[in-house]
Ligand binder design. Structure first.
Ligand code: FAD
Ligand code: SF4
Length: 659
């Protein structure tokens, strides 16, 4: 069964890739005209998926639940300031830790209308595709569909459009306030979603497609729908009055559990089947990850990353990894010299057009009290812009991406990072194009292998891996709190108002741009919250709110798992905890700071350093079970009891001062 499903998935991927290639060859501006021709190819891919669903209906429907897996904590020797630069496995979180009790039955979760018998739906539930029904020609018209396009599914070649019949089907999109208020969302994040959605709508309309689109107004309107579910219900009522009743709702896998459940509930309430289609944007499906995780004692990025590279032939030469090794992480840990990074290549900017300006006015009026600013807004909001952002990165920043990916320099938000996560996560950019571009740059001798591999690992490795973790462990994952942290989030996260240079810089640029790079997120803002003992849910809400690239499937495992160790070791086999000395080593922040990263007590003690020792002391018992913490705990045990008491007193005082 597993082999059959894999074959089907591969078949889908191949056909999709062919369609993609065709699209690339014809160029962006001709795509609208030839959309219909490409439809054939995608329909072929869709047929493949139909078979997959038939399979799911016949067999997977009975597969409810999977075995939880056990996890061993691997051996590790770390110094006190260990974190990210400790080999590929250690750098950015990976499996390791205790048993997970809740394993989501991912095998059949998605094809609500077809693969799974849901409550109360007539028609499509549990029903195989027409071509598998005895006596069917397979040519019967597809059910009339309302195709739901969410703000992070802005892909014209996405599965939502498979089999789309413009004479029968309609497209539905909605802007609703709750998507900007369920966490206190940064103005730039609201603007980037609304602007990209409106551009996508306009593109569909230019193709002559009918789109039911609800725009948010600058002020709340009487009778306005607050949530996606309410907006959908209202649209269905209106369409029904006009004599158009869909026979099914279609959506590509949402990027958030909350939204998926909301749509399910809305479909149930309306009595219309909901078909949730596999998101082909990703290399690995939710089922693939479930298969990967099944029976494993330990989840680790490396075991996931290598097979994906082999399967898709990424950076492979005659079946071997290019350059003879799978990763070059050891070469990707550099800090800048004392004199600094020198002249950095400024990323290409995308000044707001009329549509974006309209959205910015709306955001400034309606969400005036939300954090952040729009003064620097320059994010790509169309596939053309996203492609330009990719080309700019490949030409100017990829060559040094690897070497400096862990480095921090105050006042320099971008360094050699790609800034592509937002475009990728909204599906303005295909990760296959991103990876192919990076590999081509290496094969043509424009970038070193360690840069190409280091970057590709983030995209085909970490990005796919965290998505797998999210869907595998949700919904229980959201409530995890392995360290029992219960503090509120210090206000400085919303204002940047602090004497701590590193935090002021990271939060300041976050509020200005809606962006911070990975090490700032993990080893500055994330680290401080971990050491401070902030409740993981509150940390998660902040990260989901403030970054333009934040979508829960990618944000949550990174925050709750990798940075806060709240999942007890699924994402990271040990907490990413360090003193201020780590930040001093990787940045220039400490040079101009009033605190001393080496000191744990006294008036100029670095809060990171004080809280680090306090963290070890507070969690000593629990951490002692983790072999990878041995060295750090040994260092703690070398401290005099009186010193530890003073550290803990100062840590308590610090916590008190922050409120
Ligand atoms: P680059 O540094 O240029 O990396 C290239 C690409 O690799 C990124 O665009 C991204 O698509 C991918 N990538 C790199 N690291 C990761 C990772 N750990 N997980 C998934 N993909 C990765 N990423 C998000 O896309 N959205 C989030 O909401 C998000 N929240 C995070 C929260 C925390 C606490 C941490 C530690 C990390 C988070 N990340 C998140 C991962 C990573 O920090 C961002 O993807 C990256 O900083 C985005 O900037 P960039 O596009 O310049 O990435
Ligand atoms: Fe941050 Fe401490 Fe360095 Fe100041 S001394 S910049 S607070 S790590």
């Amino acid at each position: 069964m597993a082999i059959r499903r894999r074959e089907l998935h591969e078949c889908r991927i191949k056909l999709y890739a062919a369609a993609r290639e065709e699209m690339r060859n014809i160029g962006e501006k001709d795509r609208h005209e030839v959309g219909a021709a490409l439809g054939d190819r995608l329909a072929e891919a869709g047929a493949c998926e139909q078979r997959d669903r038939a399979e799911a209906a016949g067999v997977l429907g009975s597969r409810e639940g999977q075995r939880p897996f056990e996890v061993d904590v691997p051996e590790f020797h770390a110094d006190e300031v260990g974190p990210p630069s400790q080999g590929v496995e250690e750098r950015r979180g990976r499996g390791g830790g205790p048993v997970d009790e809740h394993v989501h039955p991912a095998g059949d979760v998605r094809h609500d209308g077809i693969g799974r018998r849901g409550p109360g739906f007539p028609g499509l539930h549990g029903m195989p595709p027409a071509s598998t029904i005895p006596g069917s020609t397979g040519k019967e018209p597809m059910p009339r569909s309302l195709v739901i396009i969410l703000g992070d599914q802005l892909d014209r070649a996405g599965a939502a459009f498979d089999g789309f019949d413009r004479s029968r089907d309609r497209i539905w999109m909605a802007e609703v306030a709750e998507e900007s208020t369920h966490v206190w969302t940064h103005k730039a994040r609201i603007a980037v979603f609304l602007s990209a959605m409106r551009h996508f709508r306009d593109r569909l309309a230019a193709e002559g497609l009918e789109v039911d689109y609800t725009e948010l107004a600058a002020a709340p309107q009487a009778g306005e729908s607050a949530t996606l579910a309410e907006a959908l219900a209202a649209s269905l009522r209106q369409l029904g009055k006009a004599g158009w009743n869909p026979e099914r709702l279609v959506v590509v896998e949402p990027g958030e559990w909350r939204v998926q459940e909301m749509l399910r509930a809305a479909a149930t309430a309306a009595g219309i089947p909901l078909e949730i289609r596999t998101d082909r944007h990703f290399f690995s499906s939710r089922e693939d990850f479930a298969e990967h995780a099944a029976g494993r004692k330990q989840l680790r990025l490396e075991y996931f990353y290598r097979p994906l590279r082999e399967k898709f032939g990424v950076l492979m030469d005659d079946g071997e990894p290019a350059g003879g090794q799978w990763n070059f992480d050891a070469e990707n840990r550099g800090a800048f010299p004392k004199a600094g990074p020198g002249v950095l290549p400024a990323p290409v900017r995308f000044p707001p057009d009329a549509v974006t300006h309209g959205v910015m006015d709306l955001v400034n009026a309606r969400f005036a009290l939300h954090p952040g600013s729009l003064s620097e807004f320059d994010w790509p909001v169309t596939p053309t812009e996203a492609r330009a952002a990719l080309d700019d990165f490949l030409s100017h920043r990829l060559p040094l991406f690897g070497r400096y990916q862990d480095a921090i320099w105050t006042g320099e938000p971008w360094l050699y990072h790609s800034r592509l996560a937002q475009a990728l996560n909204m599906k303005l950019l295909d990760p296959r194009d991103v990876i192919a571009g990076a590999e081509r740059a290496w094969r043509e001798g424009r970038v070193p292998l360690e840069a190409a591999e280091g970057f590709i690992r983030q995209v085909i490795g970490w990005r796919e891996y965290v998505r797998g973790v999210y869907w595998h462990f949700m919904p229980g994952y959201l409530d995890r709190n392995a360290l029992g942290a219960d503090r509120p989030l210090p206000n400085l996260y919303w204002t940047g108002d602090t004497e701590m240079n590193c935090l002021r810089d990271a939060v300041g640029q976050t509020l200005k741009h809606g962006y911070a790079h990975h090490i700032q997120r993990l080893m500055v803002t994330g680290l401080f919250a971990l050491l401070f003992g902030v409740e993981p849910r509150r940390v998660h809400e902040w990260y989901l709110a403030v970054y333009v690239d934040a979508v829960e499937w990618v944000e949550l495992p990174n925050t709750l798992g990798m940075s806060q160790f709240a999942d007890g070791g699924v994402m990271a086999s040990k907490p990413y905890c360090a003193t201020g000395a780590y930040i001093d080593r990787m940045s220039n922040a400490c040079k101009g700071c009033r605190f001393d990263p080496k000191k744990a007590t006294g008036p100029d003690a670095c809060p990171f350093t004080t809280l680090y020792w306090d963290f070890l002391a507070r969690h000593e018992k629990l951490l002692a079970r983790n072999q990878r913490m041995t060295m750090q705990l040994k260092n703690l045990s070398r401290k005099a009891a009186a010193d530890v008491r003073e550290i803990r007193r100062q840590a308590d005082e610090l916590r008190g001062q922050m409120f």
